[in-house]
Structures are given as C-alpha cells and as structure tokens.
Design a binder for this molecule. Structure first.
Ligand SMILES: [Zn+2]
Length: 452
C-alpha cells in the first residue's frame, strides 16, 4: 500500500540523521588510535573561549533572546563551572551588576533590566549567581521579595504561573520549587498541592507533560520528577512506568530524543540523562528496608513544619544517601500502593558487593556528545549539521558530567577511568542533579543560605 511505502517527514529525517551519525562513527572507527583519542577529547580551551566571549559580547542575531538574558548567563557560567574554570573578577562583577538590574523591586528576575519578573528567568538568574558562588553574588539576591513574588505566582490549582497572568505548567513549578529550595525559603504554602499538579501531568506513557493532557517530554519529566523529590512526594508518581518511558528514549545514535518518535538531540543528554541521576539517588536512599521514597528525616507528623519546610529536602536526600541511606520510616503521608520496588534497579551484587550500573548506555551517550555534538572549535550542538549554541553547550556538558559519574556510588570519589570516555582529562565537575549547578557551588550556596 502506498501509505506504508512512503515515509513520513519524521521518518525521512530520522533516516538522514542516522546516516550522518553512522558516517561519523564509521570514520571514527577507521581512524588510527591517536586520531581517535583526539576526536574524543573535550576541547576545553576552545569551549571556555567560546563561552567567555559570549558573556562579553553577543552578535545582533541574539536580539531574539533579549527576554532570556539571565538564561544566557546561566548556560555560560554553569558550563564554565563544569570545566572547573572561573571568569575574571571584572566580568564577574559586571554579571552580578547586570543580574541585579534584572531583579524586580518587588521580587523575582525579569529577562532583562526593567522587564516583568518571570519564574524561568528567576531560576536562571539564581543558578547563575550560585554558579559564580561569591558572597557578592549570593547576597545580591533579595530572598524576602523573591518569596513574595513566588507566593503571587502560586495558583489555586497547586501549580505556579510563569509570570503575572502567564501560563501554569510543570516548568513553572520546577523553577519556583528549585529556587525556593536553593535559597532556603521553601515552605508549606509554596508546596501545597504542587504534587497534585505534577501528578496530573504524568501521562499514559509514563513520562511527564508540561500540562495535563499533553505529551510526555524529557524536559518536563526532569522538571516534574525533580519537583516531586524536592517537595518530598516522589512516591506518588508511577516510577515504574516513568522508568519504562525514559529508558526507551535513548536511540541507536547513543543520544536521547525528547519525545517518542522524535529525533535525537544533545540537550536531552541532560534532560533525560539527569532523570537517571535522580533515580540513582532515589534508589540508593532506599536500601534493604524498602524505605518509602521521599521520606524526610526530621519532619515527622508532629513536626510543626511538615515535609518540605526545611527548604533543603533535596539536600537531605542527596547528602543522606551518600552516607548509606539511614532513613527511618516516619512522616510519610501518602498512599504507598502506587510505589514500585526499585531497590534492585541498577544494582549488581554478583561479586559480593553492590555496584552501581546505570540504567542507560552511558558510554554510548558520551560518544554521541563528544563525536556528534561537540564543535571542535568550541561549543556544543543539538546534532551534526546544526550550529553550536550556549543552551546546547550547557546541557550537553551537564549530561556528560552525569554520564561520567553514572557508575559511581557517590559524587565525592572520582570515577573509574573506564567510566569516562576519551582521555581522563575529559572529567567534568559533578553536578547536583536536582538544581543542575556544580555540586561544590551548591554546597557553598547551601551553607550561605542556611548558615550551616
Ligand atoms: Zn536541543
């Protein structure tokens, strides 16, 4: 039949992308070893130069991103931090000054000076300042005003609006909750009913969509899952079907697609890859006693502030896990019937001691990032044939960092050489996967905002 023999546009595009990618792999595998190792090398100097130039001056084509300037700061500063580099003091001061001018007198950050405050650019501005990490940067954030801005963005449905009169979606929930948690201003008022909203966005496929009734998508699934962990309600999600969905998003190219039947794209190295980093930590919190997911140590039912009010639930989860997961079962208030037993996922104890095995092909993803997404002149891209940009540079590098530690029990011990594709100098700084900031910068910010 005619309709079966002629491919759809997407099928045709998929065939073209596969051909391009396979040609790159074929060329690579026919090269002498010395050329291969050059091809797999992360071109740090070129990336840093490309990124630093972007922080100083952008060409006229960037005017379409005028309402996203804090995002450009974050993509660049986080990428630089991942490579354990710093910006010079003058550029740092200029960036802090610029972001301060984006801060609304009534709280929150707009896309540029004088623009309406928006949750997404607030997240980008706060993550930029955390990535800079100095006291100057962190103290420039008006947390009190920011909290009242967030309260205004909170909708009766439980979700958050992106801005005054704006759309309610999973990104708005994530950016609000992530910022509130990082700044230690998360409380019950902000958390209330957010979980119901996220839950209503988990689709029949298992992934999470932007709004109820839409299609499951990598970016929203990361945002939804991270939010549920931060508010300590992750056990309400159907994690079994979420895992089913995400494991099948890795394609023959080694990279991830964002949605079913879509093309591979480097930025999903983090949006999908980051989901595995979150799941790995959930798994290691659980241990032999089958502790409910999302339990928080010091907020039992009698606690005056329940579950998420410590403002650092993610930190509790993360830090406790690296200490072997000693939670006790208390304070959990949700139905356990939907929980899946993920205790043994990714664990292999065949040689007498547990080791972590990623639920995705980490080396194949690294190969896609380094050979297909990397521009050897600096910057990373969506896929071969596309141009580099700061967004893809940020999320390809974030995904690469996740991959390199996907076999590690914890972030503080360096990964084995075989977990890092290419020379070991490719190793990037570890990230805190709930916020996507470099782990050390997260710890500095946590100390700064909690005084502990
Ligand atoms: Zn992309």
């Amino acid at each position: 039949m005619e309709s079966f023999s002629s491919p759809t546009v997407t099928q045709r595009d998929q065939i073209l992308v596969e051909q391009q990618v396979f040609n790159i792999f074929k060329t690579f595998y026919n090269m002498p070893p010395s050329s291969q190792s050059f091809m797999l090398e992360l071109q740090r100097e070129n990336h840093v130069e490309y990124l630093t130039n972007g922080l100083k001056q952008l060409g006229p084509s960037f005017c379409v991103l005028d309402a996203n300037r804090p995002w450009i700061c974050y993509w660049i500063l986080h990428s630089i931090a991942l490579m354990d580099e710093f910006v010079d003091p003058e550029l740092e001061d200029n960036t802090i000054d610029f972001l301060s001018r984006c801060q609304d007198p009534d709280g929150g950050y707009g896309g540029g000076p004088g623009q309406m405050p928006h949750l997404a650019t607030t997240y980008a501005a706060v993550n930029s300042l955390v990535s800079l990490g100095s006291d100057n940067a962190l103290s420039s954030i008006n947390r009190e005003k920011l909290y009242s801005f967030m309260r205004q963005m909170k909708d009766a449905s439980g979700g958050f609006r992106m801005h005054d009169g704006g759309e309610i979606d999973v990104r708005a929930c994530y950016t609000a909750i992530s910022v509130a948690s990082l700044l230690n201003i998360l409380d019950d008022e902000l958390v209330q009913n957010v979980g119901n909203y996220i839950l209503s966005c988990q689709t029949y496929e298992g992934g999470i969509s932007g709004e109820p009734g839409s299609e499951a998508h990598g970016g929203y699934t990361f945002c939804g899952l991270a939010t549920m962990i931060l508010i300590n309600e992750v056990g309400r999600l159907d994690l079994s079907s979420l895992i089913d969905w995400v494991v099948f998003r890795q394609g023959v190219e080694g990279g991830f697609q964002g949605r079913t039947n879509k093309l591979v794209d480097g930025c999903y190295s983090f949006w999908q890859g980051g989901i595995f980093a979150l799941l790995k930590r959930l798994n290691s919190t659980r241990g032999e006693n089958s502790i409910p997911l999302g339990d928080v140590e010091d907020s039992g039912p009698d606690s005056p502030q329940s579950t998420a009010s410590s403002g650092a639930t993610g930190e509790v989860l993360i830090e406790d896990l690296s200490q072997g997961g000693s939670h006790t079962e208390k304070g959990d208030q949700h139905d356990t019937s939907s929980r899946v037993n993920v205790d043994n996922i990714g664990r292999n104890s065949s040689r007498g001691h547990a080791k972590v095995e990623p639920l995705f092909n980490s080396l194949a993803l690294q190969q896609y990032i380094l050979l297909c997404s990397q521009d050897l002149n600096g910057g990373l891209r969506d896929k071969p044939g596309k141009s580099r940009d700061h967004y893809h540079t940020c999320y390809c590098l974030s995904g690469l960092s996740v991959c390199q530690r996907s076999w590690s029990e914890d972030e503080d011990s360096p990964p084995l050489p075989r977990a890092v594709l290419g020379p070991y100098s490719n190793l990037l700084e570890p990230i805190h996967p709930l916020y996507n900031v470099v782990l050390d910068r997260y710890r500095e910010a946590h100390e700064f905002f909690t005084g502990s």
